[in-house]
Design a protein around this ligand. Structure first.
Ligand code: ADP
Ligand code: MG
Length: 237
């Protein structure tokens, strides 16, 4: 599913969190929203999800205007940085949760959950509780839970931010492989240049509520549109 945001504006008082932002997010690709803290990345992601209303502008998913639709009606899966798993449910039941509340037949739920446990490499931990997983395993469970209901779009807001460097590296590689398998249109918010360069098909660079440039990692690296993009990418650690 493709996403278009057209002329998005969002102000908090006098402050423009989004200043006339337009972006085309192509079907089946992994697009990152990259920028420093406060540049409007989460605001843009929340607007796509329908968690925030825009002051003006339009969000289209697969050519349908969803601007007035609730998050539930947008068929989107989210994974946020501080992901709240159900502590009292096992890994398996956490992943099954969205399917169960949609009253899918038990056979279908079991088959889907088995497949996702395999995909995210958590089959052997399926009867554990979230507290018995590592941070990286919990993030993989969160991704499986979001994928369980076959979202049209997967939105990830700094999903690996709280994890240590080694685990983050592993999860980036793993996310890239997962994306190559499932090809769900994915939007990843990150302030980490290396993360965006490593996992993305395309990157949109945000600064002060505006999009400075959209392109492939190579485009941005070889042909930065301006000084901001050049210095922001150049500051990669
Ligand atoms: P990012 O995710 O890039 O760090 P955000 O989209 O969260 O940035 O925020 C962009 C700007 O909007 C920030 O300056 C932030 O302080 C401001 N902002 C975001 N949400 C609110 C809010 N609910 N009330 C007031 N200001 C907000
Ligand atoms: Mg943010």
């Amino acid at each position: 599913m493709s996403i278009q945001v057209i002329g998005a504006n969002k102000r908090y008082g006098d402050f423009a969190a989004l200043d006339n932002v337009s972006i085309d997010i192509p079907d089946g690709q992994l697009t990152s929203l990259l920028g420093p803290s406060g540049s409007g990345k989460s605001t843009l992601l929340r607007a796509i999800a329908g968690l925030d209303t825009l002051d003006s502008g339009t969000v289209r998913i697969n050519d349908n205007d969803v601007s007035q639709k609730s998050p539930q009606k947008r068929d989107i899966g989210f994974v946020f940085q501080h992901y709240a798993a159900f502590k009292h449910l096992t890994v398996r039941d956490n992943i099954a949760f969205g399917l169960k509340i949609r009253k899918r037949p038990k056979k279908e739920v079991d088959a889907k959950v088995d497949q996702l446990l395999e995909v995210v490499g958590l089959s052997v931990f399926q009867h554990r509780f979230p507290a018995q997983l590592s941070g990286g395993q919990r993030q993989r469970m969160a991704l499986a839970r979001a994928l369980a209901v076959d979202p049209k779009v997967l939105l990830l807001d700094e999903p690996f931010g709280a994890l240590d460097a080694k685990v983050r590296d592993d999860l980036r590689r793993w996310l890239r492989r997962l994306h190559e398998e499932v090809h769900v249109t994915t939007v990843l918010v990150t302030h980490d240049q290396q993360e965006a360069l490593d996992v993305s098909d395309r990157i949109a660079v945000l600064n002060k509520g505006r999009i400075e440039q959209v392109g492939t990692p190579d485009d941005l690296y070889d042909r930065p549109a301006n000084e901001f993009v050049a210095s922001f990418l150049g500051s990669t650690v």
